[in-house]
Design a binder for this molecule. Sequence first.
Ligand SMILES: Nc1ncnc2c1ncn2[C@@H]1O[C@H](COP(=O)(O)OP(=O)(O)OP(=O)(O)O)[C@@H](O)[C@H]1O
Ligand SMILES: [Mg+2]
Length: 442
Amino acid sequence: MKKEKLEIIYSLGVILVIPALVALNTILLVRSTRSAFNSELRRKADLVNAVIAEAAKTEVALGNFQELDAKLQKLEESQPAITATSIIREESGKLVIVASSKSASQELDASTELQVKIASERRLPIAKFVNIRNDGQLAQAWNVATPAIDETGNVIAVVSSTILTTDAEEAIDKAFTTSFIVLLVSIVVIIVLLFRHFKLVGNIRLLARQKEINQTMSDFLSVATHELKAPTSIIKGYISNVMDGTFGPINEQIDNQLKTALSQTDRLNGLVQDLLNVSRIEQGRVAYNMTAVDSTKLLVMIIDNYKVFAADKSLELKLETTDTMPLLKCDEGRLQEIFTNLIDNAIKYTKEGSVTITQKAETDSVVTTIKDTGFGMSPDARKRLFQRFYRVQTENTKGISGTGLGLWIIKQYIEAMGGTIEVESMEGVGSEFIVSMPLSKD
Ligand SMILES: Nc1ncnc2c1ncn2[C@@H]1O[C@H](COP(=O)(O)OP(=O)(O)OP(=O)(O)O)[C@@H](O)[C@H]1O
Ligand SMILES: [Mg+2]
């Protein structure tokens, strides 16, 4: 019990841990990709600004600010991602915008002023990531301030511009949405697969346990039936001896009692024999001595044995076949058991009418049909007919004794010898058992 509990906890653990690990992996991957992408965008923004700074240097030195204005404007028009570019210079200790593109503010805000000052002091580009409004829409961008340094090493101006990352962000978002969808689907699939896996493992264990139980049952059956066989034979022997008058004469009353005892011992013997057969089949201990068998001859003999039984019930028992029926390849003893069982059933479960056995030769088999005008059975009963211990429970079958093993046993024999058995039946009309056995090729 403790072991099973631990196994359930382990299974649930695996079911939770594996998808969680997959999710964590995707989230970390998404995060690191986003950050790598961001650094790359920043590097690009730095590069763009450095190019502008380099290009603006001569114009700033010459004081051609109007021309610079026009150039920055042109740049903004042709490259919409580069916006709000201004060239800022220190004049009399104050920072002044000397040229700018159209979208740039003419006033320096505190944050940009600080950024420009730091860039100028450190002589390095300074970037900050900002959320801005572009064409009325919220957008993300890199705000970069890049110093323009002349040949003598002086910072002559600082270029400030805003490089929009909208397009790249959109692409990243799209990729991430796709990966999250894939992640979700994978998690669902993993959970389903894991559930199925654990169910499968459970089923395999159950099957192994079932096999163990079956083996124990089979062993028990084998020992019990062997032990039962000897005493029943001895009892039968003693009853026969008493009936034969071996121990002195007996009166009619005792004779009648002994007859009942003998028939009940026969019944017990039949049961022991059936159980022995089941045990042999299950343990694969049935030997089949396959020879060429004359099935017609066998049927004539069996029918002869059953004549009295059929006549007792006023049933017509007939065989429709030819003397030239081809030989079958099978074990003669088993085939006798098969036909005996089916004819026994046909007579046993028929109140009036007839039992007809017909034979027909096919290309590679002989089909023997045992047809009766008996109780028949429901479609549901027909489906369960070949199960072990199954007996049809109706008013008609109430007083008829049997173990429900006969049909199961003969089906195993038939199939082991390469044949088939089928049944057709209708309640209140009768049944038909069709046995097809392969021909002997000799
Ligand atoms: N010809 C038949 N007509 C109607 N019912 C049948 C017929 N043959 C078999 N059955 C039904 O199928 C059940 C199973 O048959 P099966 O021969 O396996 O067992 P059984 O006759 O009860 O016992 P036994 O093992 O002694 O033969 C029977 O109990 C009976 O209800
Ligand atoms: Mg039977």
